[in-house]
Design a binder for this molecule. Structure first.
Ligand code: FE2
Length: 290
């Protein structure tokens, strides 16, 4: 019998001002990241008021990490300093490996109703921090949706469930990224190998994240799971929707300032010096696939 992962910590996302004044909810960031290795940060964009997000995220650099943008509902235009452009639309994912460096902007478009999306930051190991940058632009229709048991529907952005594989493969840090929807009181069991970091962010309905059902987790909360071999979730009476991410910790020193994440202070200083001096971009070609 495999062991079930228990809830280790539940925290409420906190209102945060980012970019040029975007009001978002931070599920975890700088202070929590040591417990979430290889993940660095998870932001939840969710607002009915365009004033909260229209200022966007104007030009800024990234190095040494990946950003994963998943729009549930809404659109973000992005462009980089090399002239790559695109729009992430409802249901799409952009998995951006900044590697040695990308300078980009991310500008949400005005829309009526509730805009909802996420950005996850995944750290890169020392050996890959300076790898050539890469974009994966995944359209909503490329993300497989499967039913798993009664009242369970899940979209697989990355990872594999019963032979169904998400479109984002060949990752440096193997990350499973699932969007899970449970009908009222539905249960879901899912293997996540021991030793991996696993967390869930619930954004609709409510749920219990271990079989003891001690604590009903409301929307806008992050659940960090303890070690074990299997995740067990059951939905509250209004159902539940959450993202679940898991990955193997890097166990490396982290030197992090703003959008640049390296291993040492010297590497950080070098990155910011290069940005000031205009020598930040090392690779003029960004691989774009699949
Ligand atoms: Fe960015």
């Amino acid at each position: 019998m495999d062991t079930i992962r228990r809830v280790w910590q539940v925290t409420k996302s906190r209102p945060t001002l980012e970019g040029a004044g975007v009001k978002l909810k931070r599920a975890f960031g700088f202070s929590e990241a040591p417990n979430l290795d290889p993940f660095l940060l998870l932001d939840h964009f969710g607002s009915e008021n365009p004033e909260d997000y229209l200022a966007g995220f104007p030009w800024h650099p990234h190095r040494g990490m990946e950003t994963v943008t998943y729009m549930i509902r809404g659109e973000v235009e992005h462009g980089d300093s090399l002239g790559n452009r695109g729009t992430i639309r409802s249901g799409d994912v952009q998995w951006m490996t900044a590697g040695s460096g990308i300078i980009h902007q991310e500008m949400p478009r005005k829309m009526a109703g509730l805009m909802t999306g996420f950005q996850l930051w995944v750290n890169l190991p020392a050996a890959h921090k300076m790898m050539a940058p890469r974009y994966r632009d995944i359209l909503a229709g490329q993300i497989p949706e499967i039913s798993s048991g009664d009242g369970v529907r899940l979209k697989i952005v990355s990872g594999e469930i019963r032979g169904v594989r998400g479109p984002v493969t060949d990752l440096v840090v193997e990350t499973e990224y699932l969007d899970v929807a449970l009908d009222p009181v539905a249960e879901w069991r899912h293997p996540v190998a021991s030793g991996k970091t696993a967390c869930a962010y619930l954004f609709e309905g409510s749920g219990f994240f271990d079989p003891d059902r001690d604590r009903e987790v409301p929307p806008g909360h992050l659940v960090v799971l303890g070690d074990g071999e299997r995740v067990h979730v059951s939905a509250g009476t209004r159902g539940a929707r959450f993202i679940l991410v898991s990955g193997k910790p890097l166990h490396e020193p982290v030197a992090w300032r703003g959008p640049i994440v390296m291993n040492t202070e010297a590497e950080l200083e070098q990155a910011f010096r290069e940005y000031r001096e205009g020598t930040f971009i090392k690779s003029k070609q960004v691989r774009r696939d699949p």
